[in-house]
Design a protein around this ligand. Structure first.
Ligand code: ATP
Length: 271
């Protein structure tokens, strides 16, 4: 991927199969992202106006970023990734310039997806304060609104944004033609946890008696990121102990119980 400060561009390699669970959500994203890009002529012919912006919200570590990347991969779209927090931290005017520049580059590289992580930072509700000082956040938001409105005529460009705090997003972004689609990305249920464990162990050598269904049952409050971490750690333990050529069931059990303890008392994800 090419990296300029604050923005990464690539066609991601992640596929829909790399994401466990979330079947309906994947289908919605296929329709909203993949179809307009792959069948743009049909969309024009039928007079269907494609979705311009999609907001993904939900607890951290539950695949918002990965879904956006998989959508870009499936559409073979250039993926411009920006971090809200990083934009916010830039010098006066620099963040807005980067935003404008990214939209410009995305137009030239179309089909493109512009992805904002921590979108609530760049798209925060305006304070409505009487102060005449325009804040950094307000300037970024107004640039983002202008750029998104400018996309109405453009083809093959879509904005995806992710946030853990959807309530903090300014209502102006929710108008038609901006974020038309708001999708909740939930923490994984039992079946999804099983699938996530399968995804992250598929290239590992694991003992034949390892029961992933059982592990899925024992990891109720785990996020996708935590399940991925569990698999990685189990692999490292096997490597370190060098006791066998594969990852053992007892290693998974031990790690699950350690992580379980860390969870108890922790805030059960996302209010
Ligand atoms: P954040 O809000 O913290 O940015 P996020 O919701 O964008 O998190 P990701 O960055 O997409 O989450 O996921 C974190 C890691 O967890 C990724 O490496 C991904 O592989 C793994 N992961 C999360 N959910 C799943 C899933 N459903 N299937 C497979 N892997 C998953």
């Amino acid at each position: 991927p090419s990296i300029t400060r604050g923005v990464t561009v690539e066609i991601p390699k992640v596929t829909w199969e790399d994401i466990g669970g979330l079947k309906d959500l994947k289908k919605k994203l296929q329709q909203a992202v993949e179809w307009p890009i792959k069948h743009s002529a049909a969309f024009s012919r039928l007079g269907i106006s494609p979705v311009r912006g999609i907001l993904l919200h939900g607890p951290p570590g539950c695949s918002k970023t990965t879904l956006a990347k998989a959508a870009a991969h499936a559409s073979q779209a250039s993926f411009f990734s920006l971090s809200g927090a990083e934009l916010y931290s830039m010098y006066v005017g620099e963040g807005e310039a980067l935003l404008r520049n990214t939209f410009q580059r995305a137009r030239l590289a179309a089909p493109s997806i512009i992805f904002f992580d921590e979108a609530d930072v760049v798209a925060a509700k305006r304070g409505g304060s009487s102060s005449s000082n325009i804040t950094v956040g307000e300037r970024l938001l107004s640039t983002l609104l202008t750029e998104m409105d400018g996309l109405l005529e453009a083809k093959g460009i879509l904005v995806l944004a992710a946030t853990n705090r959807p309530q903090a997003i300014d209502a102006a972004l929710m108008r038609p033609g901006r974020f038309d689609l708001v999708l909740y990305v939930p923490p994984p249920d039992l079946e999804a946890r099983y699938e996530i464990l399968r995804v992250h162990t598929r290239n590992m050598k694991i003992d034949t008696v390892v029961n992933l269904r059982r592990i899925a049952e024992d990891t109720e409050l785990f996020t996708g990121a935590e399940l991925e971490g569990l698999c990685r750690e189990a692999g490292i333990v096997a490597l370190r102990e060098n006791i066998s050529a594969s990852v053992l069931s007892k290693t998974f059990q031990w790690l699950t119980s350690v992580r379980q303890d860390e969870h108890s008392g922790a805030n059960p994800i996302y209010a």
